[in-house]
Design a protein. Structure first.
Length: 586
């Protein structure tokens, strides 16, 4: 214990003495009394402690930063090891790094003459060359090049060579110097040193210039020999980058200097896909005028989960998916094919526009001749897909889009891979109570078949029809509407089942009472007319055919299942043979 106390006392005394000497040294430097400084260093620092060396190293750094060569000479003469000493709290930088950081060639030469290697790096991977470039010190870089320093070797932890840093800093003259005197590799990637992992993209100088939208730098690199179509680690060319930046001038420049528009990046996109996804109409126009193939397919899955345009899509698919209306219309004007199916999903631009509730794009596609009934990989058509829009709380759009699809010939009864029709899908949403009932009415009045599909897959075959689903989910008004509209009850065995609640019991009783009585003549005639028109329409809408019938508007409204109270007719108003005369023998 006594020994420990004696040692602690000795250390305290030593540190006290060091502190006093430090004050004397500082005063000597301040007074520029170099004789006194050398005397103190010679007498008091012959066998310096680590504490003393750290102090002297700090003074040497300050001398460089204040460009005080005399003080630096005194310090290093006393302790030559200061030249190679690192400052741990400052990225393990050495004196040569501080000298380069100041851009002082005289100090750099002096430190080198005292034994410091020029190529040594600090903790960040920066060499004297990196620091000189970062400070834009042309003379310092010229000195380093003259000393034979390779600009294609030392990399920072970010993987930056000297040329990358110069481009990133926008130092055009520095880039020229590195290229002309240092033979910098203009196509080198920003690859981190071995053993150092990083998630950043590995870029060439031309990619960095493109990201910074530095026209002059990009121009020089292209003229000096950089590969204009060189790809970074993500497969992007400089053209991909400036397209996404929406930089018309740089897009024009690169195209005019030989940039290819048909190179695929790692995502499987060409620049045309990028323009469609980025919603850059002016750039898109330039690419189209340059002659890009508007129907080029992407070849990989998109990494974005929300991007339903996956494998094998055109730019038109992406524009339709994301609602980029101007882009979509530009592609259509250039003759883009409207019915190409995505390789993985088999979806057409029409289905994608429908899924996104992009009415204007869908309308443009249909006007351009898109086939509204081409199914996707689930055998769903656009009319099936629109039934899901309500899940995104876009029910008003669902009605508008459904009307548009029906107007352009959507098959009202097309079964998907599970045998479900658009009406079944609509009822499914209605049961979840997140659907607009007007959409159900629109499908029915347009001529959707009112019976269970006979094409249900074995896996999904159910004895329960859409009518049954509605009734059992207490959507009784909608169920009643389907029955009054003419739903076929001949196969609905469930109406004789025991109901689980009073409300459903009363409903089923009313249905059974109705079945025990013959329907009214006007109702039978309406159903006969509608079935006749549906047979003629080949599963398309019948509203147009009804509008062409030579009948009073009130009767047309009745046939179209509009409000019963406004169009109700009595048997005495129309004779049976008059209806037969309208539709022929039924």
């Amino acid at each position: 214990m006594e020994d420990i106390q004696m040692e602690e006392g000795y250390n305290d005394a030593t540190n006290h003495q060091a502190t006093r000497n430090s004050s004397d040294i500082t005063q000597s430097i301040y007074n520029k009394d170099y004789t006194q400084l050398m005397h103190i260093l010679h007498d008091e620092y012959q066998s310096p402690t680590e504490f003393n060396l750290t102090f002297l190293h700090s003074l040497a750094i300050e001398a460089i930063q204040s460009q005080d060569l005399e003080t630096l000479e005194c310090l290093v003469m006393s302790q030559p090891s200061l030249v190679m000493r690192v400052r741990k709290e400052d990225q393990e930088k050495r004196l040569i790094h501080y000298a380069a950081e100041m851009g002082n060639v005289e100090l750099m030469k002096w430190v080198v003459n005292k034994g410091s290697p020029l190529s040594v790096t600090d903790k960040t991977g920066y060499s004297a060359m990196h620091y000189a470039i970062e400070g834009h010190f042309l003379e310092a870089v010229a000195f380093l090049l003259k000393e034979g320093i390779s600009v294609n070797r030392a990399r920072s932890r970010d993987g930056y060579l000297a040329i990358h840093l110069a481009v990133m800093k926008g130092h055009l003259e520095m880039v020229k110097l590195l290229r002309n005197r240092g033979h910098a590799d203009l196509n080198a990637l920003t690859k981190p040193p071995s053993g150092i992992s990083q998630d950043n993209t590995e870029n060439r100088p031309i990619h960095i210039a493109a990201q910074l939208e530095d026209y002059l730098m990009l121009d020089y690199l292209c003229v000096a020999g950089a590969d204009i179509n060189g790809q970074n680690s993500k497969g992007d060319t400089a053209l991909n980058i400036v397209v996404r930046k929406d930089n018309e001038d740089l897009v024009n420049y690169l195209l005019n200097h030989g940039a290819s528009t048909e190179i695929f990046n790692n995502t499987g996109f060409t620049v045309l896909h990028d323009a469609a996804l980025s919603n850059t109409p002016r750039v898109m126009q330039i690419l189209l005028e340059h002659g890009c193939n508007v129907d080029t397919l992407s070849y990989k899955e998109s990494p974005q989960e929300s991007d339903k345009a996956a494998l094998g899509c055109t730019a038109l698919h992406y524009a339709a998916t994301h609602g980029h209306t101007v882009i979509a219309k530009m592609l259509l004007d250039k003759g883009a094919k409207v019915d190409i199916r995505a390789v993985s999903t088999l979806r057409t631009p029409c289905i994608m526009a429908t899924d996104g509730a992009h009415y204007d794009i869908l309308h443009a596609l249909l006007q351009a001749g898109a086939n509204v009934n081409i199914p996707d990989v689930q055998n769903s058509t656009a009319l099936h897909v629109v039934q899901n829009i309500s899940r995104n709380k876009q029910a008003p759009s669902a009605i508008d889009i459904t009307q548009l699809l029906i107007e352009y010939g959507a098959d009202l009864n097309y079964p998907d891979s599970h045998g479900f029709t658009p009406l079944d899908k609509c009822v499914g949403q209605l049961m979840r109570q997140n659907y607009n009932k007007h959409l159900l009415s629109l499908l029915v009045t347009s001529g959707a078949r009112l019976e269970q599909s006979s094409k249900r897959s074995t896996q999904h075959r159910s004895p329960n029809s859409s009518l049954c689903w509605l009734a059992w989910k207490k959507q009784l008004k909608s169920a009643q509407f389907l029955i009054e509209a003419g739903w076929s009850l001949t196969t609905e065995s469930w109406i004789t089942f025991t109901a689980p609640n009073k409300q459903l019991t009363e409903f089923l009783d009313s249905v059974q009472r109705m079945l025990r009585h013959p329907p009214m003549l006007q109702h039978s005639c309406r159903m006969a007319i509608r079935k006749h028109l549906m047979a003629e329409s080949d599963n398309r809408e019948i509203l147009t055919k009804v509008s062409r019938l030579d009948l009073p508007n009130r009767l047309k409204s009745y046939i179209n299942l509009e409000v019963e109270s406004e169009v109700m007719l009595s048997d005495s108003q129309w004779r049976n043979d008059e209806f037969i005369a309208i539709i022929g023998p039924v």
